[in-house]
Design a protein. Structure first.
Length: 332
């Protein structure tokens, strides 16, 4: 069996991988019948050895192969790879993980994958194979209400729609971070009642906002030493993915604030018009001087840099914490 997962919803892909591994049996059986390879540092011999190994006390082996396109440098290697896919033994399930990004095409008015386009050689080959032996699935990152609905589903509907949307506004749209926050909130309400907006505000907002404000303040002051110190504290307290989502959110808010200030807005206007502030005037008071440390063009440049970092992280080109410290060097 050949399975191909591609897309930018890394969280959903990882959940599917967990499901595939669980089908092998208990932890001992999994350890004996599961191999993971990375196309950036593997060889055909590694792939062949893993694919042709006989399952031990199980019906199948699972071979997980991430970034397989990375080690195919020529047409000859490509053909050898496709031949290998056609010769897989029935006892092996080879799972290919291909990071991809969906972008909006203004001409076609559709979102299109940037790597596995319809004309890609792998998709053309897959279209000619028997469907019973091949599973091909795209995982697109849900946005907005679709992501809020997924949060509710994962929480077994124990979080209100408004609370899910508020959580997204606070920490961004990273599914992994959102799931961790939902688990904390479920424990906070003791799994006894629905999570409401007030619970999200009480548990999530204050500590996170204060910490990331101090970090971004240091960046605004071009104080590399202080920014590095604040980032280290954040990383000690929270997962790197959570910190990255918080930084992205803060600069998203700053862009809104700077644009409003450039048009003569007051602190009261910031509190009323920036949805993430939720009419909290004390936060708007802190946001105004921070936004004034950056020009709007600077903020757009920084936000674009964060987008590049996000792409590098999702395609495993860099680690999150490394990207964040590099970000400090670039900004401060």
């Amino acid at each position: 069996m050949l399975t191909i997962f591609y897309g930018d919803d890394e969280f959903a892909i990882q959940e599917e991988i967990k499901t595939s591994k669980a089908k092998l049996g208990d932890e001992m059986t999994i350890s004996l019948n599961f191999t993971m390879l990375d196309g950036r540092n593997t060889s055909f011999n590694d792939l062949r050895s893993a694919s042709y190994a006989v399952p031990f006390l199980a019906e199948q082996r699972l071979v997980l192969f991430t970034s397989p396109l990375a080690f195919l440098k020529s047409e000859t290697e490509r053909n050898t790879f496709l031949h290998h896919l056609q010769q897989l033994p029935p006892t092996t399930n080879l799972l290919l993980i291909i990071p991809d990004e969906s972008k909006y095409n203004a001409k076609t008015r559709n979102y299109e994958w940037q790597t596995l386009k319809p004309t890609h050689w792998l998709l053309k080959w897959a279209a000619k194979q028997e469907k019973s032996n091949l599973s091909l699935r795209a995982f697109s990152m849900p946005k907005g209400k679709a992501l809020a609905e997924r949060i509710r589903k994962e929480a077994h509907n124990q979080i209100s729609q408004a609370a899910a949307e508020r959580l997204m506004a606070l920490i961004g749209e990273d599914p992994r971070t959102l799931k961790q926050e939902v688990e904390k909130l479920l424990a906070y309400v003791n799994y006894q009642r629905i999570i409401e907006v007030e619970d999200v505000n009480r548990l999530t907002v204050r500590q996170r906002e204060e910490s990331v404000f101090e970090f971004v303040d240091a960046l605004g002051n071009r104080d590399r030493t202080q920014a590095t110190k604040r980032l280290s504290i954040l990383l000690d307290q929270q997962e790197a993915h959570e910190v990255f989502a918080m930084v992205v959110r803060q600069f998203r808010i700053l862009i809104q604030a700077r644009a409003l200030l450039d048009n003569g807005a007051s602190v009261d206007d910031l509190a009323a018009q920036i949805s993430e502030l939720q009419h909290r005037f004390f936060m708007a008071n802190k946001l105004k001087p921070q936004a004034e440390r950056f020009s709007l063009s600077n903020l757009y440049t920084i936000y674009h840099k964060l987008l590049e970092m996000d792409e590098q992280i999702k395609t495993s080109q860099t680690m999150v914490d490394t990207a964040l410290f590099t970000f400090i060097a670039a900004i401060a």
